[in-house]
Design a protein around this ligand. Structure first.
Ligand code: G3P
Length: 218
């Protein structure tokens, strides 16, 4: 399973990249705003800075919601760097935009996916990635993992190439469940990735090993 980090924070991206397990980055307009990035030139510069930091795909989201606007913005984003994946919302105009970009070999990520039907449409439109938001489904008492499961079955039934990018991942259990089901990619914050490291028996075991070594080497 590929690991993407879901942030526009350069320090977090660098820390995950330095760990050696990072396969890409996803961003969204809220994450860009959180870093205080505004204005078209600054936004494009920031995406370029992210591309320069990572080996892997970098999702950059369009703001337009009409077909022409999405194409204009998406082409401009795609020209920035080969790593750019144009992130398109799951709306009617977005489906047309996914089809347009896929027919031109431009990578896409269909975002804000909350149902299997939406995921099926995204695959038929040729999306490179589909992003079901599992954390936000959990927030409203729907099991986000059930959706990952459903999409996996549907994509496998018809051998769609679209990769399932489990998004809105909040904690390590989400990551482990995604891996069990067979999501192609998960994207989450640095905290969720680092939380995979943690086990109290690892900490206490290491403390004992080091203490025993120190005693026998006095
Ligand atoms: O990739 C989508 C993600 O950014 C949404 O995450 O935590 O805002 O639901 P969250």
């Amino acid at each position: 399973m590929k690991f993407f980090i879901d942030t526009a924070n350069l320090a977090h991206i660098k820390e995950a990249q330095d760990l050696g397990v990072l396969d890409g980055v996803t961003t969204n307009p809220s994450l860009m705003a959180k870093e205080g990035i505004s204005g078209k030139d600054n936004v494009l510069r920031h995406y370029k800075a992210i591309c320069d930091l990572v080996d892997g795909d970098v999702s950059a989201e369009v703001i337009a919601t009409d077909f022409e606007g999405m194409i204009r913005e998406g082409e401009e984003l795609a020209e920035l760097d080969d790593k750019i994946v144009v992130k398109i919302p799951m709306i009617k105009e977005g489906i047309k935009a996914l089809k347009y970009f896929s027919s031109r070999g431009i990578k896409t990520n269909c975002t804000l996916v909350f149902s299997a039907g939406q995921a099926l449409l995204a695959a038929k439109a040729g999306a490179t990635y589909v992003s079901p938001f599992i954390g936000r489904l959990d927030d409203i008492s729907f099991d986000g993992m059930d959706l990952i499961d459903q999409i996996r079955v549907i994509y496998d039934n018809y051998e769609y190439d679209t990769q399932i990018l489990a998004a809105s991942v909040r904690h390590p259990i989400h990551i482990i469940k995604c891996a069990e089901i067979g999501a192609d990619v998960m994207t989450g914050p640095l905290s969720a990735i680092l939380a995979l490291l943690k086990h109290p028996l690892t900490d206490s075991g290491l403390a004992t090993f080091l203490a025993d070594h120190a005693k026998s080497n006095q």
